[in-house]
Design a protein around this ligand. Structure first.
Ligand code: BG6
Length: 293
């Protein structure tokens, strides 16, 4: 199917009704719905679906740079590029044997990209939906250059939440983090699960491979499972920053929370011929009694 700008989108749908929608612009997942048809990812009402910028919501991919601590545009160019469908994807062993529907996308650098980041790569992205509605993204980045290169990476996931003040994150307690609101100062998380009462923009370092985002009001937990991605970004712009963003409504920060599986603090280094894999699996499950008070 195509969007209003004529850009191809791929819809994945499984028999029980869960679905996902992936845009070839950015290789961005722009919708993920459970079997009741409820949207699980946030998309701003003011999102601009017009290239070259990535629209505000879904799961933009940050590559080859996260943030603006490098020579490239904020979060790198991958999210702003047109990807193609990879008609000849390599066979990937299924880790759990579950049947899935999937699409394979491919990004190679254009001549323009090579001017600002002179490294030849192939980026293969597989987006899959399991029969139970879990969303999996597998990124494989191969160096087909004559020389090594390094990069940082994030699945910049905008979860849809009922009300940010009703949400907490479990799995990041006691970790060190870089605080983007304090010149990337390295601090240590104290106390219990993370809750929200003001702007947060942090990179948690060396985080566990399973993180949970609990939404009390919706009685829903997002479970994030990641591999090859040691860090976790937590971002909510809160009131003041939202007002400065043209593609985010003033009050919409209440309905969104970004928790990104990422590799940021230590960049990934690839020698010629080497390949890196970063895997993200998202499930949305009802809160169980013990997590819900
Ligand atoms: C977050 C960063 O991940 O992305 C924030 O930590 C940034 O600093 C946010 O503001 C949104 O970035 P962008 O480029 O999509 O507006």
């Amino acid at each position: 199917t195509k969007d209003w700008n004529g850009i191809d989108q791929v819809v994945l749908r499984v028999p029980r009704g869960a679905s996902a929608r992936v845009s070839l612009h950015g290789g961005q997942v722009i919708s993920w719905r459970n079997e009741r048809g409820e949207e699980l990812l946030f998309t701003s009402n003011k999102a601009i679906f017009k290239p070259p910028k990535a629209m505000r919501g879904g799961i933009p991919i940050c590559f080859p740079q996260f943030g603006n601590c490098g020579s490239l545009e904020q979060h790198g160019f991958a999210r702003n590029k047109m990807w193609t469908i990879d008609n000849d994807p390599p066979h990937l062993p299924s880790s759990d044997g579950n049947a899935k529907v999937s699409v394979d996308l491919l990004l190679k650098p254009s001549e323009d990209d090579m001017k600002c980041w002179p490294h030849y790569f192939e980026f293969r992205l597989r987006v899959s939906l399991s029969m139970g509605g879990d969303l999996t993204m597998i990124s494989r980045i191969r160096n087909i250059n004559g020389k090594p290169f390094s990069f940082s990476f994030a699945y910049h996931t905008y979860f849809s939440v009922s009300d940010i003040s009703e949400v907490r994150i479990e799995g990041l307690e006691t970790l060190d983090y870089l605080d983007n609101l304090q010149q990337r100062e390295r601090l240590t998380e104290q106390g219990d699960a993370i809750t929200f009462e003001s702007e947060v923009d942090r990179v948690y370092l060396g985080s566990p491979n399973v993180i949970a985002v609990l939404d009390h009001e919706k009685k829903r937990t997002f479970v994030i499972r990641k591999e090859g991605l040691p860090d976790a970004v937590v971002w909510n712009p809160w009131e003041k920053k939202s007002k400065s963003m043209v593609d985010l409504g003033d009050e919409e920060y209440k309905q969104m929370l970004c928790v990104d599986a990422a590799a940021i603090e230590r960049s990934i280094n690839l020698k010629p011929g080497e390949e890196w894999t970063g895997r993200l699996e998202l499930s949305a499950v009802p809160n169980t009694c013990c997590c819900d008070h």
